[in-house]
Write a protein that binds this ligand. Structure first.
Ligand SMILES: [Zn+2]
Length: 166
């Protein structure tokens, strides 16, 4: 399956995504292709479906080997994810495959709990995350709500030429 990475201001990136049926074979195929793309993209720890042109609530995430990692759930693939709790706040630099030229300082919760459905089985998966992984989850949760980190920065003073992406 060929995936086409979308860059801002592509309108699909600003779309509130429809629920994803975890038992739909097309969703499973899309998720598998997103995992391959994520692992093939240097420094990439997460991709949401709208970033490859599909306005469905699905993301893949894997912070294994990234810097500043505390919690690490390994590979996570979730349909219709929901943030069920969050605590703390920390501002850190963040980037995105869909915003190739910029990074930004973004305030995020430092620990979170997210629940979603696993493609293929439809089973519920619940993950508690902190530090870098918590930030990565919040970034992907934003994508399926049609939000980019650009929507979260305090202003133009919090944007920087890109060095690396999240
Ligand atoms: Zn992103």
């Amino acid at each position: 399956m060929e995936l086409d990475v979308r860059h801002a201001p592509d309108p699909v990136l600003s779309t509130v995504c429809a629920p994803a049926d975890p038992c739909d074979p097309a969703v499973v195929e899309l998720a598998d292709a997103m995992v391959v793309l994520m692992h093939a993209s240097p420094g990439c720890v997460g991709i949401a479906a709208p970033q490859v042109g599909h306005a469905v609530s699905l993301f893949v995430l894997d912070v294994t080997g990234a810097r500043r990692v505390e919690s690490c759930a390994g590979l996570v693939v979730l349909c219709s994810p929901v943030l069920v709790s969050s605590e703390g706040r920390e501002v850190r630099r963040e980037g995105c495959l869909s915003v190739p030229d910029l990074t930004g300082d973004v305030g995020r919760a430092t620990s979170i709990t997210v629940v979603g459905l696993v493609p293929g089985t439809g089973e519920e998966r619940r993950i508690e995350a902190n530090a870098f992984e918590a930030r990565a989850f919040q970034h992907e949760l934003d994508h399926v709500q049609g939000l980019l980190f650009l929507d979260r920065v305090a202003g133009a003073h919090a944007l920087f030429p890109r060095k690396r992406y999240l």
